[in-house]
Design a protein around this ligand. Structure first.
Ligand code: HEM
Length: 114
């Protein structure tokens, strides 16, 4: 069983470079200076969910191996991320989905059921 961390704990350790990818928490502090993309790209997003950024970069299998070695635990899914910790694109998708569902419900009840 790997250790579980709350979003609060991940946020508190932003200064240590902690990031969330998928359901896992990573502590890349020792790796930051050797990151080929530079330490800043990771440091700027520390404390947050960086899944999309990590995947969009098309990181190699070597990068995935390094990532595995930096895993310190898993995110406690019962904890809630603060709004700054959520990837803004993911938030946009969530908001758009809710709007679409409401729009369909509106059309169904007020237009089609007439
Ligand atoms: C602990 C997590 C990460 C690890 C272990 C990691 C590892 C690596 C490695 C090994 C490379 C060299 C190319 C490759 O093998 O794919 C690389 C390149 C790169 N990474 Fe990461 N990375 C991490 C997180 C991130 C994040 C969160 C971002 C963006 C926000 C990022 C952006 C980049 C960029 C832009 C490059 C390209 C550098 C270049 O080709 O000039 N990485 N990373």
């Amino acid at each position: 069983m790997s250790r579980k961390f709350t979003w609060q704990e991940v946020g508190d350790n932003a200064k240590n470079g902690w990031i969330v990818i998928g359901d896992s928490v990573y502590g890349p502090q020792g790796f930051l200076d050797s990151h080929p993309g530079g330490p800043a790209v990771i440091r700027n997003k520390a404390g947050k969910d960086v899944t999309r950024f990590f995947n969009e970069m098309g990181h190699s299998s070597k990068a995935h191996d390094i990532l595995k070695s930096l895993k310190i635990g898993e995110i406690d899914k019962n904890s809630k991320p603060a709004s700054w910790q959520i990837d803004s694109d993911q938030r946009l998708v969530a908001i758009t989905s809710v709007m679409l569902i409401l729009a369909f419900a509106f059309v169904y009840f007020f237009v089609l059921k007439k």
